[in-house]
Design a protein around this ligand. Sequence first.
Ligand SMILES: Cc1cc2nc3c(=O)[nH]c(=O)nc-3n(C[C@H](O)[C@H](O)[C@H](O)COP(=O)(O)OP(=O)(O)OC[C@H]3O[C@@H](n4cnc5c(N)ncnc54)[C@H](O)[C@@H]3O)c2cc1C
Length: 433
Amino acid sequence: MSKKKHTIVILGGGFAGMYAYRRLYRYFHGSREVSITIVSKNNYFLFTPLLHEVATGSLAEDHIIESIFSAIECCDNRLLVDNILGVDLARREVILEKNRLKYDFLVVALGAKTNFFGVKGAEEYAIGLKDISDAKKIKTFMTKSFSEAQMMKGKEAIRKKLTFTVVGGGPTGVELVAEMQELINTTYRAYFGEKLVNEAQVTLIHRGKELLERFHPEIRKKALQVLRKKGIKVNLQKEVVEVKADEIVFTDKESIPSALTVWAAGVTPVSIAFSPEIKKEKDNRLIVRSTLAAWDYPEVFVAGDMMSMWDERGTSQPIPQTAQAAVLEGELAGENVYRIIKGRELQIFRYQSKGALVSLGQWMAAGEIHSVPFFGHFAWWLWRTVYLTKIISFKKKILVALDWTANLFSPRDISDITTLNKRGSLKKKVRGK
Ligand SMILES: Cc1cc2nc3c(=O)[nH]c(=O)nc-3n(C[C@H](O)[C@H](O)[C@H](O)COP(=O)(O)OP(=O)(O)OC[C@H]3O[C@@H](n4cnc5c(N)ncnc54)[C@H](O)[C@@H]3O)c2cc1C
């Protein structure tokens, strides 16, 4: 008698989803025991740690994405490109736009989206940095602003046109402003001249007392010094209450002009409907046991930015929402699905950080390993080397390395195919809605 084939469905083709797949593929490749379906709204895996380099013309957009089709490779496995609406936990079905998909085991790994914290005008007038389309909009807008400023009269008007602001002093905000300034100092200087570059202002706004609050104190200090030395204005302890088309307003009623506002101030988990309702944190992350199984559903695993792990006494475990953690969680979710199928004991998730790195523009980065901070050219070399090794395919590793090498000898590529509306406005229209 033939055994029943197990249907495994993975929701999300990001870090956690793809690494869950890779673990399952390793075990079941060539066997007929399971069929695996990845469902994702995009047919590509996005390497987010290099997104700020696409936004600033250092890397080509298609060099930091990987086709999920090519990652799937074989067997009874497939990718469904669809929008996931919810999960019917009682019937063990995933609810898609037009279909329902049955599962025996489910890995939920839909990640997080930009959190605008309900700040007035932020969703409307600021853009996040979560996807390729966001990165393209930033580059397009900055380049268009410089192009238009060439024809403008009046210092004040030109200055306002060239104000670029990032809200959020975590690693994403810090890496982005550093590269924006590099783009201005190198490529825009070459194409648009010294006079315009001198009028441009990149500003970083942060609510906290220090940048990079989760990093070593030495790194926080160093990052602030490096950014300010580059000419970036860093405004600490400033809370945004409103984002307007060309302005940012703070709680103390002060305001600054901002032609482009990028919102890098936080994320919130992607929300889909569960029926019956599943156990969640106040911030909407799904609560899992230390095996990464959903609290009341042992056939459902959750990994990545969407999950919050509790120990058996119900105490929440602090695990960062990073790619580093998502990869390990994805692997463990895949491992435990395999172990259930094989009737083996489940493994427990234990997170140990391998260290953290943050780039601070060309030739400068900071990092810490086992709480020991380090800075400078070596950190920058390490940052690039680590990320190069983390890119999944050999082909994309080569392409990224070539982009970086070409940038040493020539200006960045600021051409693009994004269609801006006639008024050249980034807001609303360029957001693609
Ligand atoms: C700009 C930026 C830089 C970062 N830099 C670093 C870094 O240097 N180091 C680090 O460790 N971490 C970094 N991170 C954090 C890291 O990207 C996340 O922690 C990681 O991506 C989480 O993995 P995940 O699998 O949970 O989600 P994701 O990787 O975001 O994957 C989610 C997947 O779900 C899909 N999806 C979502 N909603 C739906 C839906 N409704 N229907 C269908 N599919 C859907 C998405 O298309 C995607 O494929 C960075 C993040 C950003 C935005």
